[in-house]
Design a protein around this ligand. Structure first.
Ligand code: SF4
Length: 194
């Protein structure tokens, strides 16, 4: 399979239509040579509607506060391959949150996507994505240490969602100590100096 065939196959996937109760809209972006492969959980409803990854309050925090980069830098396909363990918005759970990302999506696509992209580093966002990629390792250990996926340095962050505020309060060392290290690695991978 060629990379373009893979992208077309993901875009055409509707496996979860019945489970979601709406037509799936797979959302990801990047090239085979994106410098950073960012893997998160699943698109939000706003991302589903606008078809632009991290085009929501989580994205604002991620791009502007955590990475400290511009939209032009984030959405430059040479910089980021942006994907998720579930490529489609799974719907709401009735309590205001999103349904869990279907792991069937990750099982179907993730290893193949990872095998095609020649990224320098991985950034994993959110406990669900981290637990899928590093099963059995406590999330806190994943966040505060460097890991390897394949042969590439991998950095794990909590989800930047405003709903995650309790985790941020309970783990101030993330934003005070760990985040600057991860940001420096992201900037280094991008070749960004200011
Ligand atoms: S979430 Fe994944 S498996 Fe489900 S329809 Fe979307 S692309 Fe297909």
């Amino acid at each position: 399979m060629e990379f373009n065939e893979l992208k077309e196959s993901i875009l055409a996937c509707r496996d979860c239509a019945e489970k979601f109760g709406h037509t799936p809209s797979p959302i990801f972006h990047g090239t085979q040579h994106s410098k950073i492969m960012q893997i998160s959980q699943a698109p939000s409803k706003n991302v589903h509607l606008t078809k632009r990854p991290f085009n929501d309050p989580s994205g604002d925090k991620l791009k502007y506060q955590w990475y400290q980069i511009t939209d032009d830098e984030f959405y430059n396909e040479d910089n980021f391959y942006i994907t998720s363990i579930a490529h489609c918005f799974p719907g709401k759970n009735g309590k205001g949150g999103d349904k869990p990302p279907p792991l069937s999506c990750a099982k179907k696509w993730m290893a193949t996507e990872m095998s095609f992209v020649d990224n320098k580093i991985f950034v994993i966002i959110g406990a669900k994505a981290a637990n899928y990629l590093f099963p059995g390792i406590p999330f806190i250990d994943l966040v505060f240490n460097e890991h390897i996926l394949g042969d590439k340095p991998t950095y794990v962050m909590p989800h930047p969602s405003p709903l995650n505020v309790r985790w941020f309060k309970e783990h101030p060392a993330f934003e005070e100590q760990r985040l600057p290290v991860i940001r420096a690695k992201v900037w280094e991978a991008l070749g960004k100096t200011e």
